[in-house]
Design a protein around this ligand. Structure first.
Ligand SMILES: [Zn+2]
Length: 523
C-alpha cells in the first residue's frame, strides 16, 4: 500500500468490525482508514511524510458520534444567562435580578420546568424583579419559553394567535398573554425581536464549541436542524471542522409542494466535514410542556394533540420525501406520536426499511417495541435527558405521565433487546454534549428510567458508532474501524465497554481524529 499520512500505533483497538475485532495499529491516508494491523505492520506503512502517534496502550474505538445535536441552532438557543442550575422559584427570581442586560434585555436558557414548583409558567412570577426590563427565557426542553410583558409588547403580541402548527401564545381567561409561549411558532414571535449574538460572535462560539465537543471524543454529529449553511460553509473553508456535521433541515406543518421540493434539492449539499442529509419533522413537543402527543391525556388534561394538526398531512409529506429518496427523522416523544410515525413508515411498504428514524421515544408501551426492528426504523435516544426526571416521581415529567407511563421511560435496553437499531445522542443544548456522559447514562439511566436495565457497555458504544451510522444510512462509510471507512477515531484512557459507567464518564480523551486530522490531543 502507499505510505500512510498518519499511523496510530500501540493502541488497544476495538474495531467493531466482525472481520477483525481487535488490532493494535491503524494507518490513515487521504482521510480514510488505509489499513488495520499490528505493530509488525507499522514499518511497512511509514514513509518520510508519515506522522506516527504512539498511543501508549490507549483504547482506540470508532469515532464517537452524537446522533442528535444542535451545534448551530444551539448557539442562538443558549444565549444570555445560563439558568440550568436554577431549581426553584426563589432561585429563578434571584438569578433574574442579577442577570446581565444585553441591549436592554434579559435573555436566558436552560430553565427547568421543575423550577416553577408545579405552578403554571407565568410572567407574574418574575416581572417584579425585572423592573420593566424585557426578558425572554427559554425552558430547557427547547419547546417553550417565558416572555415578560415588555418583551411581548416589543414583539407586538397582545393576545392569542393562530398557527399552522400546534403552537400557542398562552392567555388567561381575559385573553391576556401569560408570557408562556408554547412550541416553535409562538416562541419565534419574541425570539425575532430579542437581541441575538453577532455573526462574529456566533462564528467564534461555533469554533470553540466544536473543539470542545472533539475534546470529549466526538468526531461527528447528526444535526437535527438546517444549521446556518453560510456560517458553516465559511468556517469549513478556512479550517478543518473538528466534528463532522450532518444537517437535517426541518419540515414544518403547512409545508407545500414547493417547500418539500426545496428540502429535496438541498440534500447532499455541503463541503469538507459537513453535508445536508435527511429531513427533520416534529410529531409532538415535550411531556413537561404538555405538548407530547399521548394516547391518553396527562394529569393536567393536556397532551392529546399532535404537532401536525392534521397527522395525515405529515404522512403525505413523508411519502413525498421518501419517494424522492430522502431519509426522515421525526421527533416523537409521546406514545401516540411514536405509534403514528411507525404507522406512516409501515404504509411506505418494504421500501421504507432502514430509511427512517424516530427521535427521543420517551415513553412507549410494549406493543410498539418490536415494530422498530420489523419496520427497520431506527430509534434515536438521548439517555442524558433521564437526569431531568426523578426516581420518586415528583418531577414534572413523571407527574404529568403518572406512574404507569413514567415506568416505561427511555426503554433503551428493551428496544435493543427487541432488535432495534438504537443510536445515542445528547440533543445539545438540551443536555451537555459530552459523549462520555452519553455512554455512561445509556448504561446507567437516571431518574424515572433508573429502575430499568440500561444498555451493556458494548451496546452503548455501538449506539455512538455503528448504530449511529446505521441510523444515518452511512454504515458502508463509517461506524467501524476497517479499511476504506472514514478515518474518524477516538482514543480513550480506558475501555469504554468494560470500565464502569461512572469511570467512562470521566475517561481521559487521549486523541480525537476526524477525517484523518488530529483535532484533539490530550495535553
Ligand atoms: Zn433536538
Amino acid at each position: 500500500m502507499p505510505t500512510a499520512d498518519l499511523v496510530l500505533a500501540g493502541a488497544k483497538v476495538r474495531t467493531l468490525d466482525p472481520d477483525r475485532p481487535y488490532a493494535t495499529s491503524v494507518a490513515v491516508r487521504d482521510g480514510l482508514i488505509a489499513a488495520v494491523g499490528d505493530e509488525t505492520d507499522v514499518r511497512d506503512w511509514c514513509g518520510p511524510g508519515t506522522e506516527v502517534v504512539h498511543l501508549g496502550g490507549a483504547h482506540l474505538v470508532p469515532g464517537l458520534v452524537d446522533a442528535h445535536s444542535h451545534p448551530v441552532w444551539g448557539l442562538d438557543m443558549a444565549t444570555g444567562t445560563d439558568l440550568s442550575g436554577v431549581t426553584d422559584l426563589a432561585g429563578l427570581r434571584a438569578a433574574l435580578a442579577d442577570a446581565a442586560r444585553t441591549d436592554g434585555w434579559v435573555t436566558g436558557f436552560g430553565l427547568d420546568h421543575n423550577a416553577f414548583e408545579g405552578r403554571p409558567v407565568h410572567r407574574d412570577l418574575i416581572e417584579d424583579v425585572l423592573d420593566g426590563t424585557p426578558a425572554f427565557l427559554r425552558l430547557y426542553d427547547g419547546h417553550s419559553a417565558l416572555a415578560t410583558g415588555p418583551a411581548l409588547v416589543a414583539a407586538g403580541v397582545h393576545g392569542p394567535r393562530g398557527f399552522a402548527q400546534r403552537s400557542e401564545v398562552v392567555c388567561d381567561a381575559s385573553a391576556r398573554p401569560t408570557g408562556h409561549l408554547v412550541e416553535h411558532a409562538a416562541m419565534g414571535l419574541v425570539a425575532e425581536v430579542a437581541p441575538r449574538p453577532s455573526y462574529a460572535a456566533r462564528r467564534a462560539r461555533l469554533v470553540e464549541l466544536l473543539s470542545a465537543m472533539a475534546a470529549t471524543g466526538l468526531t461527528g454529529a447528526h444535526v437535527m436542524d438546517a444549521g446556518d449553511p453560510e456560517l458553516i460553509g465559511s468556517v469549513a473553508a478556512e479550517m478543518v471542522l473538528p466534528v463532522r456535521l450532518r444537517f437535517a433541515p426541518w419540515c414544518m406543518p403547512g409545508a407545500d409542494r414547493t417547500a418539500l421540493d426545496e428540502l429535496v434539492a438541498v440534500q447532499g449539499r455541503g463541503g469538507r466535514h459537513w453535508r445536508t442529509g435527511g429531513v427533520k419533522f416534529f410529531m409532538d413537543g415535550t411531556v413537561e410542556g404538555g405538548t407530547a402527543w399521548l394516547e391518553h391525556a396527562d394529569c393536567h388534561g393536556q397532551g392529546t394533540d399532535a404537532f401536525w394538526p392534521d397527522p395525515q398531512a405529515y404522512a403525505a409529506a413523508v411519502r413525498h420525501l421518501h419517494a424522492a429518496g430522502v431519509r426522515t427523522a421525526t421527533h416523537a416523544i409521546g406514545d401516540a406520536a411514536v405509534r403514528h410515525v411507525l404507522d406512516v413508515v409501515e404504509g411506505l411498504g418494504p421500501g421504507g426499511r432502514g430509511a427512517h428514524r424516530v427521535e427521543h421515544i420517551e415513553t412507549v408501551p410494549d406493543e410498539l417495541l418490536p415494530r422498530f426492528a420489523r419496520l427497520g426504523v431506527a430509534a434515536s435516544m438521548q439517555p442524558p435527558h433521564t437526569a431531568y426526571t426523578r426516581a420518586d416521581g415528583t418531577d414534572e415529567w413523571s407527574r404529568r405521565l403518572g406512574p404507569g407511563r413514567a415506568g416505561r421511560a427511555w426503554r433503551l435496553r428493551d428496544l435493543r433487546d427487541a432488535g432495534a437499531v438504537v443510536a445515542l445522542g445528547s440533543d445539545w443544548p438540551i443536555a451537555h454534549y459530552d459523549a462520555r456522559a452519553v455512554l455512561a447514562t445509556a448504561r446507567a439511566p437516571r431518574g424515572a428510567a433508573s429502575a430499568r436495565a440500561g444498555l451493556t457497555g458494548l451496546e452503548a458504544l455501538e449506539g455512538c458508532t455503528s448504530h449511529a451510522a446505521l441510523a444515518a444510512g452511512e454504515s458502508d462509510a463509517t461506524g467501524r474501524i476497517a479499511p476504506g471507512l472514514r478515518a474518524d477515531l477516538t482514543a480513550l484512557g480506558l475501555d469504554p465497554v468494560t470500565a464502569p459507567p461512572d469511570e467512562v464518564a470521566q475517561a481521559p480523551v487521549r486523541l480525537t481524529v476526524t477525517g484523518g486530522h488530529v483535532v484533539h490531543r490530550e495535553e
